[in-house]
Design a binder for this molecule. Structure first.
Ligand SMILES: O=C(O)c1ccccc1N[C@@H]1O[C@H](COP(=O)(O)O)[C@@H](O)[C@H]1O
Length: 214
């Protein structure tokens, strides 16, 4: 019986990564456009990778407080299915990006404790999807992709008006528990399926997707 869980693997940088993700049965691939990230790809690299992604797997561009010039360049060159906004973009900026590019937008929001939950509601009416991630530690270079989990009990019994994805510190050994505790129907992972920062591991990708879908 299919579980209905949908998996996103983020931060791909090689054609082998794309094949491993598609073969494993993930439903989304993410390309990171953020210079400080070990997973950063150029627009040309992302275009080449996107052309290798099979039908049925959604291609997501992850950006952090990107301006229109960068988003114009990405969306003109890379065939995409979704834009992930992983910075401090306001609800108004989310609406503007949706309107300007005609693509679904997923807004990432960081959670460390219960005080972080009310602001999620500000995005429910403008974003097509929400990504609930661990809040980065103070002074971190990256707003995500830090391999840190948050207290999943904070999400128990929570519902939002749009589909949402759980992220932050997931890996093959904890993803089943994370799904059970939070009720997430979608999960996203980056560093938990790597052998080194920015280097994806095909065996970990397969193990992650199998554990999520079990
Ligand atoms: O992966 C990155 O390098 C990254 C950079 C900037 C913003 C977000 C990033 N990744 C996203 O962070 C979460 C959690 O990652 P992890 O599994 O804890 O490593 C995930 O949504 C990635 O899409």
């Amino acid at each position: 019986m299919p579980s209905g869980i949908r998996v996103k693997i983020c931060g791909l940088s090689t054609v082998e990564d794309v094949r491993a993700v598609a073969d494993a049965g993930a439903r989304y691939v993410g390309f990171v456009f953020f210079a400080k990230s070990p997973r950063n790809v150029t627009i040309e690299q992302a275009r080449e990778l996107a052309l290798e992604v099979p039908l049925g797997v959604a291609k997501v561009a992850l950006t952090v407080n990107a301006d229109n010039a960068l988003l114009d360049a990405i969306t003109e060159a890379v065939p995409l299915d979704m834009i992930q906004l992983h910075g401090s973009e306001s609800p108004e900026r989310v609406a503007e990006v949706k309107e300007r590019y005609g693509l679904p937008v997923m807004k990432a929001l960081g959670v460390a404790d219960a005080e972080d939950l009310p602001k999620i509601a500000d995005y429910e009416t403008v974003a097509d999807q929400l990504l609930i991630d661990a809040k980065p530690p103070k002074g971190a270079d990256l707003p995500g992709g830090n391999g840190l989990a948050f207290d999943w009990r904070l999400l128990e019994g929570r519902e939002w008006a749009v589909p949402w994805m759980l992220a932050g510190g997931l890996h093959p050994e904890n993803v089943a528990e994370a799904i059970a505790r939070t009720g997430a129907r979608q999960v996203d992972v980056s560093s938990g399926v790597e052998s080194a920062p920015g280097v994806k591991d095909a065996a970990k990708i397969t193990a992650f997707v199998q554990a999520a879908l079990a």
